[in-house]
Design a protein around this ligand. Structure first.
Ligand code: FE2
Length: 174
């Protein structure tokens, strides 16, 4: 029998608005003055919807970025201490961006961000888009599926990305 978790890509979540507002406020108080794509922040919250947060990450996408689909990747950081699910929540200008998912036959190429997180880059020549979502509400997705963000706007797009000690599959009934 196939495991239904293997075909999961992403799903919107019903989260109480007060939880969303509270974590957005925590992040807004902690936004750093840099342009790093991925970083973990120090925030004043340990839990989100009763789930213990392992890493409160911030994802920042530059204005007018991601068009050439040269940013397709999977997340490799810290995989030994957590799984592959990310719970993302809009923070700034997320509605106008698109998160795309890809099927790839490209060989895995390991790269490092400037602040030393590992990721795997995929040559877009070998990728075919399989799904996409607008980050206009909380969403759970599998960072192990090649993905990228297109930000066709003149402003920075910032998103909350929570990683938990144990992947919260129960949120999507899997
Ligand atoms: Fe990612």
């Amino acid at each position: 029998m196939t495991n239904p978790r293997n075909s999961f890509i992403w799903q919107y979540l019903d989260v109480p608005q007060e939880e969303v507002t509270a974590i957005q406020e925590s992040y807004k108080n902690a936004i750093p003055n840099n342009t790093l794509f991925y970083q973990n922040l120090k925030i004043d919250k340990e839990y989100f919807c009763n789930l213990k947060i392992l890493f409160p990450a911030l994802i920042q996408c530059a204005p007018w970025s991601g068009f050439k689909t040269d940013t397709i990747h999977i997340d490799l950081r810290n995989r030994e201490v957590h799984g592959t699910l990310a719970l993302n929540i809009p923070l700034e200008h997320c509605e106008g961006s698109t998160t795309k998912f890809w099927k790839s036959t490209a060989p895995i190429i390991i790269e490092h961000t400037s602040n030393n997180y590992d990721y795997s880059y995929f040559d877009p020549k070998y990728c075919e888009q399989i799904s996409e979502f607008k980050l206009n509400r909380p969403v759970l997705f599998d960072t192990d599926i090649p993905h990228n963000v297109v930000n066709p706007q003149p402003v920075w797009r910032r998103a909350i990305s929570l990683r938990f000690a144990k992947d919260p599959w129960h949120l999507v009934g899997l």
